[in-house]
Design a protein around this ligand. Structure first.
Ligand SMILES: Nc1nc2c(ncn2[C@@H]2O[C@H](COP(=O)(O)OP(=O)(O)O)[C@@H](O)[C@H]2O)c(=O)[nH]1
Ligand SMILES: [Mg+2]
Length: 358
C-alpha cells in the first residue's frame, strides 16, 4: 500500500521548512516570500519501528533491510479566493486529491521578519481560510462530476448528498457517509473526506522549553476550528525552523546540542521531532500496521527483509499473504505465530550462547 501525505496551508507558514526537516535534507526551497513553492516536492519518509526491522534482518541473515515509507508531498500555498483563481489558484490540489491524508500546517509563531499573507498571525482564522477553500474546491469538483452523463446510480445519489452537505458548510467526512457510500465516490479524491492532522508551527523557544503550554494552546486552537473533529482529526506542535536546523546533525550531535541549549530532556525531545513522530502519527490516524517479510530460503536466493504497510484490520493469513504478493498467497502452506520479541531474543542470545566457545 502506497501512503501519500500532503502538506497544505497558507503560503509562508513553514510547509517547505517542515518538509525539509522531516526529510532530514534540503529538498524544497524554503524562503521568506509567499508562493516560493510552485512545483510539488515529494520525498519518502521511513516509518520508525523501534529497530524491529534491523533485528529481524539479523535473524534472517538478510543483506538488505528495507523500511516502510510514507510519501510526503509539499505543495504551493492556498490563499483566500484560490477557488476563484487567487494566488496560484487551486490547480495543484489535483496532487492533494491523490493523497491519503492532509497535514494542515498553521503558522503560530510570531517572528515579525516572516511575511504573513494577511498581515497578522491568527492561527484559527488562517486555518479556517484554508478549510473553506478546500470545501469550495470539493463543491465545484462534485458539481462538475454531477454534470457528466456518466455520473449515475450510487455515485450520483451519494454526490447529491455530499453537495448538499458542502453547501451547508460541512466537510465530506462530517456528513456521516457509510463506508460503502465513501467507496462509491472514492475515485473523486474529495479533499474534505481525508483525515487531517493540524500542525501548529510555534516559536522555537516555546517548542523547546514549554511544550506543555504549546500543546495546550494548540488544543485550544483545534477546538475552535469549525471543521476539526478531534475524534477523526489530530493535532501536533512543531518548530519547523528549529527542527530544520537540527536535521543536518547526527544523533550524537543532536544530543550534545540539545543538552548545550538546556532543552528539557534532550534525548526525549529528539524522539519528539517531526521526522520521528509525524510518520507514526500518520500511521495511527490512518490506522495502518507494519508487516515484515524475510527470506524463508537460503540467503543466496533471497536477501531482503522488507517492511510493508497494510490497513489495520484482522484478516486471515491467506488474505495477508495476498496483500503482500499474489505469489506469496499461492504458495502459503502453513503459518506459525511467534512473538517477534521471543524470536529476536532467541536469535541474539540463544544462538550466541549455543555458538559460544567452550
Ligand atoms: N521564525 C520562524 N520562521 C520560520 C519557521 N518556519 C518557517 N519559517 C520561515 O518562514 C519562511 C517561509 O517558510 P517556507 O517553509 O518557505 O513556507 P511555505 O511557503 O509554507 O512553504 C522562511 O523564511 C522560513 O525560514 C519557524 O518555525 N519559525
Ligand atoms: Mg513552500
Amino acid at each position: 500500500m502506497k501512503v501519500k501525505v500532503a502538506l497544505v496551508g497558507l503560503p509562508n507558514v513553514g510547509k517547505s521548512t517542515l518538509f525539509n526537516a522531516i526529510a532530514q535534507k534540503s529538498i524544497a526551497d524554503a524562503k521568506n516570500f509567499p508562493f516560493c513553492t510552485i512545483e510539488p516536492n515529494v520525498t519518502p519518509i521511513p516509518i520508525p519501528d523501534d529497530n524491529l526491522l534491523h533485528k529481524l534482518a539479523l535473524v534472517a541473515k538478510s543483506k538488505k533491510a528495507l523500511p516502510a515509507h510514507i510519501f510526503l508531498v509539499d505543495v504551493a500555498g492556498l490563499v483566500k479566493g484560490a477557488s476563484r483563481g487567487e494566488g496560484l489558484g487551486n490547480q495543484f490540489l489535483a496532487t492533494v486529491r491523490e493523497c491519503n491524508l492532509i497535514i494542515h500546517v498553521v503558522r503560530s509563531h510570531d517572528d515579525a521578519d516572516v511575511i504573513h499573507v494577511d498581515g497578522k498571525v491568527d492561527p484559527v482564522a488562517d486555518a479556517e481560510v484554508v478549510n473553506l477553500e478546500l470545501l469550495l474546491a470539493d463543491l465545484s469538483h462534485v458539481q462538475r462530476r454531477l454534470e457528466k452523463s456518466t455520473c449515475i446510480g450510487d455515485e450520483k445519489e451519494v454526490l447529491l448528498k455530499v453537495e448538499k452537505g458542502l453547501e451547508n458548510g460541512l466537510p465530506a467526512r462530517s456528513i456521516g457517509l457509510s463506508s460503502s457510500e465513501e467507496f462509491s465516490i472514492k475515485s473523486l479524491g474529495l479533499l474534505t473526506l481525508k483525515p487531517v492532522v493540524y500542525i501548529f508551527n510555534v516559536d522555537e523557544v516555546d517548542y523547546i522549553y514549554d511544550r506543555d503550554t504549546s500543546m495546550a494552546t494548540a488544543e485550544a486552537y483545534a477546538k475552535q476550528l469549525q471543521y476539526c473533529d478531534l475524534e477523526k482529526d489530530s493535532f501536533a506542535v512543531v518548530s519547523a525552523k528549529f527542527e530544520n536546523e537540527l536535521s543536518t546533525k547526527s544523533d550524537e550531535e543532536k544530543r550534545v546540542y540539545l543538552d548545550s541549549i538546556g532543552a528539557v530532556d534532550g534525548l526525549n525531545l529528539n524522539e519528539q521531532l517531526s521526522y520521528r513522530r509525524l510518520p507514526l502519527l500518520v500511521k495511527d490516524v490512518l490506522d495502518l500496521e507494519l508487516v515484515y517479510t524475510g527470506p524463508g530460503v537460503s540467503p543466496e536466493r533471497s536477501q531482503t527483509t522488507k517492511t510493508h504497510i497494510i490497513p489495520s484490520k484482522s484478516i486471515s493469513v491467506l488474505d495477508l499473504a495476498g496483500k503482500l504478493h499474489g505469489d506469496i498467497q499461492k504458495g502459503v502452506m502453513n503459518a506459525e505465530v511467534i512473538r517477534a520479541t521471543d524470536l529476536i531474543q532467541y536469535e541474539t542470545y540463544g544462538r550466541q550462547r549455543l555458538c559460544a566457545p567452550k
